[in-house]
Design a protein around this ligand. Structure first.
Ligand SMILES: [Zn+2]
Length: 292
């Protein structure tokens, strides 16, 4: 199962599994009863906002898939421009994500187009002209084929329908970061608490990793930065490969745009190791001691 991410926020935060990445907040959470067009409804997804304004902010596909729908839903509806992505069968069920009230849809985002995770699909808007809505992203996730049948599907006050056709997007995205598979297809069955990048980047020996019963070893490569103190970079980079144990629930800290993990034991206890995809630093985690 691929990893799915927040549709808003910067890449680091989305990669780290933050839902929702600050300064985004959900002003109308899943299941919330609210009033729309003079009627009460239970909200099937999230209304993602930035307090200072979010018009024209980027909206990304939450994961790989194929565009199912990408156009304006007209008439009297408040939908405006809507994109729906079909993510295929995930965990034995259909999976669709919907992004609504968009200011614009990106060129190339058309029915049948393939998208990758992180693909820019549109910009945050406020629905059709004259809607009176504040700009925000309406985002929801369905695990049935409802959104393929009707792009404007809306369960209204029907709670049974809501629970059948829509999932809590925050919970679902968080779970996606935990239940993950590494490059070999081996399922990583446990992930450290916290921002969550380890689950995505674990390279295991192919054996399912259960954090509670193993000691993990991290191999720092020559490009992996190691610091004695998080805030003092000078002179702390070690120019060789080595490995060391890491506790099963390492503390992860966001610092200088990188995620850092502190070594919990051994001769390098207390040092910090930088985690980053972009810098090509690599942290390997293994259930057996790797050769240095
Ligand atoms: Zn909404």
């Amino acid at each position: 199962m691929p990893v799915f991410k927040s549709p808003v926020g910067n890449k680091l935060a989305r990669d780290a599994g933050q839902v929702w990445p600050a300064p985004w907040e959900d002003k109308n959470p899943y299941g919330n009863v609210y009033e729309i067009n003079g009627h009460e409804a239970r909200h099937p997804g999230a209304d993602l906002n930035i307090a200072g304004g979010d018009l024209n902010e980027k909206v990304f596909s939450m994961g790989p898939g194929v565009v199912e729908f990408a156009k304006e839903i007209g008439g009297d509806s408040l939908w405006g421009n809507v994109v729906i992505i079909n993510h295929g069968i995930v965990d034995g069920k259909p999976l669709y994500s919907r992004y609504a009230h968009l200011l614009s849809i990106e060129p190339g985002i058309k029915k049948g187009a393939e998208v990758t995770a992180d693909k820019l699909i549109g910009r945050v808007g406020s629905g059709p002209a004259g809607s009176g809505m504040d700009p925000h992203l309406h985002f929801d996730i369905s695990t049935t084929d409802k959104l393929a049948e009707n792009a404007g599907d809306w369960p209204g006050m029907n709670q049974a329908r809501l629970q059948t056709d829509y999932v809590d997007p925050k919970k679902w995205l968080k779970a996606s970061h935990v239940i993950n598979r590494d490059a070999t297809g081996a399922q990583v069955t446990a992930e450290p608490a916290g921002p969550g990048p380890m689950g995505r980047t674990l390279r295991t020996t192919g054996i399912p990793v259960t954090a509670s019963i193993i000691d993990w070893f991290v191999i720092a490569r020559p490009t992996t930065e190691l610091r004695k103190e998080l805030s003092k970079p000078t002179g702390n980079t070690l120019p060789f490969s080595f490995s060391f144990p890491l506790e099963s629930n390492p503390q992860l800290v966001l610092h200088e745009r990188f995620l850092w993990v502190q070594i919990s034991d051994g001769p390098l206890k207390g040092h910090w190791v930088k985690y980053s995809n972009e810098s090509k630093s690599e942290i390997y985690v293994s259930s057996t001691r790797p050769a240095s």
